[in-house]
Design a protein around this ligand. Structure first.
Ligand code: GLU
Length: 454
């Protein structure tokens, strides 16, 4: 029988069928396991763990007395600073009126999904919370599968076929969420794909929500190019301080709205939503963000140092997968790799592992490795996992601080891994044992990854 809690009675709407964000849930679980004294190699969460830059920390402290509510879209000087930052860093033609700030990019994406269009188009795989946000809003989702052999890039013929199918069934696919560098695969859309996609979106009058929160974490193999460069009038660009600067818990996100008449109308809609739900971003955080977006050369240098550390750590995980013969698209940004274990389907089934959720559980229970199943990201392929480099060997503030100091002292990628990443190396060893076990007679020594990193 279904349990009732009258008079506490849950409403319909989004709550029915809504699950916790898999990212946040596994992070909580790993922290509980650590608190209980268990060893877990935490590859399940994407959080930059490096220290807060001292000038930004100082600005937050100095702004503690800023206690008044602010305008829902952000204090004017911050919107101006962010517009100038985007002009300098991304060569985007942005005015302060186009800039909106919110408590994390999540809330701004949610507001835009609320304000715009009917049906939502999402690539498969895509980040955990886009589809649940559409679900809460009662909006249907059209999924567009992508393929590992195409580096998970969107294929226009597949996209067109899915849109056609939806329209044929009386659907109105109007809002298209894209994300590059991409969570969960770490892949980056090539500039020519971005341009082609922009042309397609314009032709089909799609509104593009472009989640570019990882824009400043690219590994420099493929440049980050925003779709707004080719389709400014139909694109909202999302960013924030959670990835390039390690400030996830500060909950600070940005949206750059389209130029022209549409932008102010959307700003008005977001302002109405914000003023009725969260009023404004925590005022001291906005004043500290002014420093983060000031273009201070020391802070820009810190963003670069963090980018290089993430690159080395993530490339190591990728190279481990390659050495072990685990199919995996090559990451070009963010902290993620997305290996697939389909070729071991039979030996996995013999161990009771029949899908990616079983696989994630099996790795946690047998190898103490926490990952997330690809299905949490609506993957079109089974037996894939998202693994993140961001937490490993940086779980405590002291370890994260020590990693930064070590890298600043000696930025050699090989030595950075060998001398300062005991747990990351252990993870490589454990994956080796896992594959050796699946293949039974292949000794791990044959798989040991080389340490040539970047
Ligand atoms: N984006 C991060 C991840 O995918 C976590 C932050 C979040 O989900 O809010 O792991």
């Amino acid at each position: 029988m279904v349990e009732r809690f009258k008079p506490l009675r849950f409403s319909r709407a989004g709550i029915r069928g809504l699950k916790a964000a898999a990212t946040v849930a596994i992070n909580d679980r790993v922290h509980e396991m650590w608190a209980a004294g268990q060893n877990v190699y935490h590859l399940a969460f994407g959080e930059s763990r490096f220290p807060v830059h001292p000038r930004i920390a100082e600005a937050l402290g100095a702004s503690a007395h800023k206690r008044s509510y602010t305008h829902p879209l952000g204090i004017p000087e911050l919107r101006r600073a962010i517009a100038e930052y985007y002009q300098r860093r991304f060569e985007m033609d942005v005015t302060p009126e186009q800039v909106v700030v919110g408590p994390g990019s999540k809330s701004l994406i949610y507001s835009c999904l609320m304000a715009l269009g009917e049906e939502v188009i999402l690539p498969q795989p895509s980040w955990v919370s886009y589809a649940p946000q559409a679900h809460i809003l009662g909006k249907p989702v059209t999924f567009v599968p992508t393929r590992p052999e195409m580096n998970y890039e969107l294929e226009l013929d597949v996209l067109e076929a899915r849109i056609h199918e939806s329209r044929h069934n009386w659907g109105n696919p109007e809002v298209f969420v894209v994300n590059s560098p991409k969570n969960p695969t770490g892949t980056v859309m090539r500039p020519e794909t971005v341009e082609a996609l922009a042309g397609f979106a314009r032709e089909h009058e799609l509104m593009v929500l472009s989640d570019e929160i990882y824009a400043l974490t690219v590994f420099n193999s493929i440049p980050h190019v925003s779709i707004s460069r080719f389709y400014p009038e139909g694109t909202v660009v999302f960013g924030g301080l959670s990835k390039s600067l390690p400030l996830g818990g500060w909950r600070f996100g940005t949206a750059i709205l389209p130029p022209g008449n549409g932008g102010p109308a959307l700003a008005h809609a977001i302002s109405n939503i914000a003023s009725n739900i969260w009023t404004c971003v925590t005022a001291p955080v906005q004043y500290a963000a002014l420093v983060a977006y000031s273009g201070d050369p020391d802070i820009e240098e810190y963003i670069e140092v963090c980018r290089r550390m993430h690159t080395i750590r993530t490339r190591f995980l990728y190279q481990t997968m390659v050495r072990l013969g685990i199919p995996c698209a090559e990451p070009a940004g963010a902290f993620y790799v997305f290996p697939c274990f389909e070729k071991w389907r039979e030996p996995l089934a013999a161990r009771g592992v029949r899908n990616d959720q079983d696989l994630a559980l099996y790795l946690l229970e047998s190898y103490e490795i926490a990952t997330l199943p690809g299905s949490a990201f609506h993957s079109a392929q089974d037996l894939c996992l998202r693994i993140s480099s961001s937490y490993i060997d940086a779980a405590t503030d002291e370890r994260a601080q020590a990693l930064l100091a070590a890298f600043q002292e000696d930025p050699d990628p090989d030595r950075f891994i060998v001398d300062h990443h005991p747990r990351l190396q252990k993870v490589a060893e454990r994956f080796g044992e896992f594959i050796a076990d699946l293949e039974q007679d292949v000794p791990y020594a044959d798989h040991r990854p080389e340490l040539a990193i970047v």
